[in-house]
Design a protein around this ligand. Sequence first.
Ligand code: WTA
Length: 709
Amino acid sequence: MRVTPFVLPLAAQALVAPRPHMKRLSSQRPAAALEDYCPPLPEAFEAQAALTADGAAEAYKASLDDPSGFWASEADRYHWQTPFDRSNVYSANFKRSAGPIAARWFEDGATNIAYNCLDRQVEAGLGDKLCFIAERNDEGETSPLQPETYTYAEALEETKKLAAALRARGVKKGDRVALFMPMVPELAIAMLACARIGAVHTVVFGGFSRDSLASRIASAGATCVIAADGVRRGGKVIDLWGIAKDALASARDQGTPVAGGAVILRRLDDAAYPEPQLAADEAWWHNVVTSTDGSDVEWMAAEDPLFILYTSGSTGAPKGIVHATGGYMVGAGHSFRTVFDAPVRADDVWFCTADCGWITGHTYVAYGPLLNGATQIVFEGVPSWPDAGRLWRIVDQHKVTHLYTAPTAIRALMRSGDDPVTSTSRASLKLLGSVGEPINPEAWRWYREVVGDDRCPVADTWWQTETGVIQIAPTMASGAGPHKPGAAMTPVAGCVPALLDAATGAEIPAVIGEEAKGLLVLKQPWPSMARTCWGDHERFENTYFSYDGYYLTGDGARRDADGHYWITGRVDDVVVVSGHNIGTAEVESALVAHPAVAEAALVGVPHDVKGSALYAFVTLTQDAEGQAGDELAKELKLRARADVAAFASPDTFHWAPTGLPKTRSGKIMRRILRKIAAEGADVSGLGDTSTLADPGIVDELIASHAGAS
Ligand code: WTA
């Protein structure tokens, strides 16, 4: 079916115009001007689509008219050891005025997500189907000890063996296990093994520092750590076990015994990573993951926690977001199948480039694909290694049909021009996905036209660690579209978005034909929503439910005249750098810990590839005033790396001569800092500055812009 090209309403055209900071990257395409560009769904996609737009619309309506019936029938796809109460599929409270915030799904039901990912698939005859295909850092590289592929039966076997090994180390239902590993199939297997025995996994991204890992182990009270010796990332070897070992010691110093010690996957060979000496409570994976004896499934109540995933917040330490077994399972399975046009056919190969250290890797690598019996690539390397053609060669080699990656990767690859892409076939591709930050229309267009040869639609998917699954995304089905470049578009089944007026907190009614802009909130409970912050329910309530009756996302959004959503970015002090959420407070405290620093404030500035970059305003102590310069900037960057993570290191330091602009009540006016950082000495239109305690500080900051390091 052919759809008439859609002409964007005026205000939306303004939104899709290239942002001033976005330089034209490579691949200038002479076709329609970007602001007029809004292509229909590719015919080639529609011709083979598994889902229909009418079906999706009906499902959406059903999910709102009868959430209990809708989600109960979704839940019926899985094995429940004890059935859930069909007369009480869910209960929830989003109003603090009415009591504690809560959401409970599939009450009284008992299930196990790992069983549903693996045992159930094997029992259904998928035992020989490929589950994981490993792609290593180097092309053609093979692993000394791990297989390059796992069928569903093999993944089940390895999961059972690791589950038994964890039990033998004393790990039991409800215990927390911290995972610090590269993107290898064994990371997903480790998550599944924890889930099998009811242990709560907390995966820590392998790019985090020792201190970040230690504080997560301590905060979660982990009883065991699963790590790898190291990983090659591009041309470097990263000593994961060195970091994990120190973190383990540090967590123990902080009073967390970690009685189960550590299991370590041997990924590298002796030449790259000489075998380290292990302590008595530390063991190599291949020495202990040997027998399935003692790997019985632990049946979990639907509301039992499945995992904790730490995410940065506006203030304080990272929050341990807790997801519950039953609701997360039902949500993840449904989302993977319906958002990406059911990539589960015999020849479909799913490839999500996200790391399991982030929520995308949880839902769209470890769980969603397996709940649906999909075949997928698990990629340990980076898109730029050994060159910008890597992803496209992977696509060709494994006949990838569905690719899900981040705008930052797309923009970085776009800079290398079209040749690395066009020299590959990519004929297998059917659909392209994007996640993590807003995708600018230019990158969207390159993704669709160059990567997807204009045959593959682009799904810009908006969601968060806290939502568990995608919430707003274009409908991928025949008869849907066109999709507006740069818009996340429409809510998925079960999602009811709304906009609140930032000044009054009032909901802005959704009226077709009327544009609106405000705080993005979600109104209706959904199965895979986060249940709490680990050990701090009050923080959960304060952070996400400060507006009675709404889940507050922390993002701003516009709704265009057609009712489509455009995410405009964070409205709090979280900066999304290359798709990674960074809490500015965390990095600020790392900087302030340096003796030369009196005060620091971080803001995000637009960046061509990373989306946003960190920009630090720093005031030095009197004694250190003469130290402002590149040397100190280098030291402070190292400090941010060590205390938080390499990706949290500021790009720019702006030495603030006499302090930071504050209100009379002492609050730093970040709005002003953001403008100065983005616009420099030419900044204008600073808005209302009447609440500033000392307006002279702003002039000094503007004047000192040139001295930034
Ligand atoms: C941002 C990642 C615009 C947003 C799944 C959100 C996006 C935060 C998009 C959550 C998108 C994610 N368009 N912004 N398609 N996807 N974001 O928890 O600011 O790591 O609040 O979850 O990323 O990041 P998180």
